[in-house]
Design a binder for this molecule. Structure first.
Ligand code: NAD
Length: 252
């Protein structure tokens, strides 16, 4: 492992424009479960029940969605950025970070101190609610208060449209601006670091391929193997919260 830490540090030292790509694994050490690990959300819930099509077409599905989402939000309210989020901010402080592309909806990169304009949220944010019809945005806490008082699937005050967390569900289209920006930044970096992602969800999993094809070095830090390990210059199987601070200590 010490050898791999040194190799990662050398790659960072030799780079000027780094894109960090994060998935749910960067936040598990903050107490937010990922989807696919044992004990993750999909061991408790069936993903088929939470597609966008079910949400828009079925009131009972909306009740179930809000139940799951409320549970997720409660874990998020008490979550604090961990050592991995903080190490990524250090890359920004060093002037080496181009941007963070994240699949996460927890806002922990920004809470750790990353500049919001450098964080591309591919799957939206769970910290806001939006109306699917008129797009009005709501603060999440206010909507959660309505749920706590018994509203099982809240609707928009203005147009009576369906309210939904401002996240991208399975079956919902990806945000155009963020997706285009992420592809552009992935193609323009000199080092692409994946942290805590199973790299199985598209189009997110496509980003490291874009980076590699355009000549960037690729580092993958994840607890388990990913389908893209074979194309990486360096793979570290370990926990982000311990591996990243060690790498940053070497860089300094
Ligand atoms: P995933 O659940 O598919 O995979 C997470 C990966 O991280 C796994 O391969 C796991 O082995 C690894 N991992 C877990 N803890 C780790 C740690 N401490 N250090 C290193 N690796 C660790 O998650 P994904 O690939 O991000 O994608 C799926 C979807 O999950 C995304 O759409 C995202 O929106 C959503 N999601 C987000 C959050 C969040 O915002 N925190 C939480 C759950 C799910």
């Amino acid at each position: 492992m010490a050898d791999q830490i040194n190799q990662a540090a050398d790659l960072i030292k030799g780079s000027e424009k780094i894109v960090v790509f994060t998935g749910a694994g960067v936040s598990t050490e903050s107490g937010i479960p990922d989807f696919r690990s044992p004990g993750g959300l999909w061991s408790k819930y069936d993903p088929e029940d939470f597609t966008f099509q079910r949400f828009v077409s079925n009131e009972k599905a909306r009740h179930k969605y809000w139940q799951m989402s409320t549970e997720f939000y409660h874990s998020l309210q008490s979550a604090k950025p961990n050592a991995a989020h903080i190490a990524i901010v250090e890359l920004e402080t060093m002037g080496k970070l181009d941007c963070i592309i994240t699949q996460n909806i927890d806002g922990l990169h920004q809470l750790a101190g990353a500049s919001p304009e450098r964080v591309i949220e591919l799957h939206g944010t769970a910290r806001a609610i939006s109306c699917l019809s008129c797009k009005k945005r709501y603060d999440r806490d206010g909507v959660q208060e309505r749920i706590a008082k018994g509203d099982k699937a809240p609707r928009c005050d203005d147009c009576n449209g369906l309210l939904k967390p401002a996240t991208i569900s399975f079956g919902q289209s990806m945000p155009e601006r963020e997706t285009a920006e992420a592809i552009k930044r992935s193609g323009g970096c000199d080092l692409f670091i994946v942290i805590g992602s199973s790299l199985v969800v598209q189009p997110a999993a496509y980003m490291p391929v874009v980076a590699k094809e355009r000549g960037a070095r690729l580092v993958i830090i994840n607890r388990e193997a990913t389908p893209h390990d074979y194309m990486a210059d360096l793979v570290i199987h370990g926990s982000a919260g311990s591996v990243l601070p060690e790498i940053l200590a070497q860089v300094k």
